[in-house]
Write a protein that binds this ligand. Sequence first.
Ligand SMILES: Cc1ncc(COP(=O)(O)O)c(C=O)c1O
Length: 397
Amino acid sequence: MKLSQKAKNINPAVTLALTSKAMDMIKEGIDVINFSSGEPDFETPDYIKKAGIDAIENFSLYSHSDGVKELREAITKKLHNENNLKYSYNQIIVCHGAKQALNNAFFAILNEGDEVIIPAPYWASYPEIVKKCGGKPVFIYTQKEDLFKVNVNMLKEALTSKTKAIIINSPNNPTGMVYTEDELKEIANFVVENDLFVISDELYEKLIYSNKIKHTSIASLDKEIYDRTIVINGFSKCYAMSGWRIGYTASNKKIATIMANVQNHTTSSVNVIAQRAALEALTSSNPILENILYEFKKRRDYTAQRISDIPMLSSLRPKGAFYQFIDVSKLFGYTIDDITINDSEDVAKILLDKYRVCVVPCNMFGYDKYIRLSYTTSMQNIVEGINRIEQFVKQNF
Ligand SMILES: Cc1ncc(COP(=O)(O)O)c(C=O)c1O
């Protein structure tokens, strides 16, 4: 039986595999601290849930395949007011999470063999989505000294005649770094000069922990880069709505029309109930964000400080998102109970099996010397989990 080679090239989602092992252990009654989750640990606020419940009573048929018009209009207002971006509602496509938005975007722009520059560390699904759409991921390994951000010199080195697009993810998963407007301007000039596209993943845009740092969408910098950017955004992270599965793209009209056709023949519209709930999230004046930001900032401050106090580990203080990206390479080469630590996966396995702490090894993000810790769990769990990590290091090294 011969299956598709293209499909067989897609790697499994390791984050989910590790989380599910931790979940199985928790079900068996083992007290595991789970730092692997990539979603807020808050419930969707009641006023948004209520809009979903009302929608069940009132909307049960297909919506337009590109999304409910009121929602697309609300998204254009948001993009205008918050991001200085002007779109009409028919340039917006509401998708099944930011993940489908990314799939639509790459499907729309890639031909077989086109290269996509992915700055590493990267969110694990990017290379797989690019491959699925016929493209070839080309990685740039950014450095801690550059705050894990890509610059024009690095881009020049990665550029070939096949380069089609660059992914920019700011705030970044897994590093928590945020690009400044000046940094984005340089990248934008490079993109325009070399006739490329940018896929700008802005899913964590509201989760920034300093008033002095501002999120900038690269598409807002000028008309030329606007035309070449597909903005990716959604409701999963900033509105605690990961399970509702609502994301969207904003792009020039020509690309939007192609993505609309792709989506129409894939899933049609996102379910209307979730779309109505997202509309409420966007148009209500309820202060959900302040509460989420306040809580995450407290956890970020605590986590960053505790990790920097543990010998052998090092980490930059994240500016946004909800992840701590931790260098564990000083532990490599040591042997613990017959297991020699060679990479981040060995560290993650020992932490889970022996210390009951679940973290994500960053080999799947392109960085084998790092683990990712999500502070999407209670402060009490964070304190206990970091105590265990500290114990692991102090007992063994
Ligand atoms: C950087 C980034 N982009 C996209 C996604 C996908 O988000 P969604 O849940 O909206 O599909 C994630 C989810 O973890 C992410 O971290």
